[in-house]
Design a protein around this ligand. Structure first.
Ligand code: HEC
Length: 118
């Protein structure tokens, strides 16, 4: 193998190693992200929706919150609609646009979807 060929092979390996490092390093932070969404949900949403999204809490029952695991309407609902409801509020649920902001609401909806099995 001549010098140039060796150099090319070396840079290809270096690029692969770098990609691998970046991919593995970002994984734990994704898990941390998910964990923070989970605790934010527990703080702000669980009173009514319950930690598992079933709405099986005293407040949830009182307000007739839907069971996210089984409700067909919720299964059909688009992400945009869910973000909108959470931002603006609906019926007995307050809007979170001012207190949480769009980015956190979007994260909470991404998390909520895991409870809905979407
Ligand atoms: C005070 C109780 C209460 C709290 C707290 C609450 N919600 Fe709700 N939520 C409701 C009720 C009641 C509805 C149904 C509104 C309607 O359709 O009239 C609802 C509806 C929704 C919907 C639309 C799907 C559905 O079940 O109809 C989403 C998505 C949602 N809430 C997300 C959240 C998120 C995320 C949080 C936390 C930031 C949150 N909610 C906090 C009571 C609550």
């Amino acid at each position: 193998m001549n010098k140039l060929a060796r150099k090319t092979v070396f840079s290809a390996f270096a690029a692969m190693a770098l990609t691998f490092a970046v991919v593995t390093m970002t994984r734990p932070s994704e898990a941390a992200y998910f964990q923070s969404a989970k605790s934010l949900f527990a703080q702000k949403c669980s009173v009514c929706h319950a930690n598992d999204g079933t709405g099986n809490t005293a407040k949830g029952k009182e307000l007739k919150v839907r069971n996210w695991r089984t409700d067909p309407e919720v299964k059909k609902m688009s992400d945009a609609k869910m973000v909108e409801i959470t931002m603006k509020g609906k019926g007995k649920m307050e809007g979170y646009e001012k207190t949480l902001g769009k980015e956190k609401v979007e994260i909470l909806i991404a998390y909520s979807k895991t409870l809905m099995g979407k």
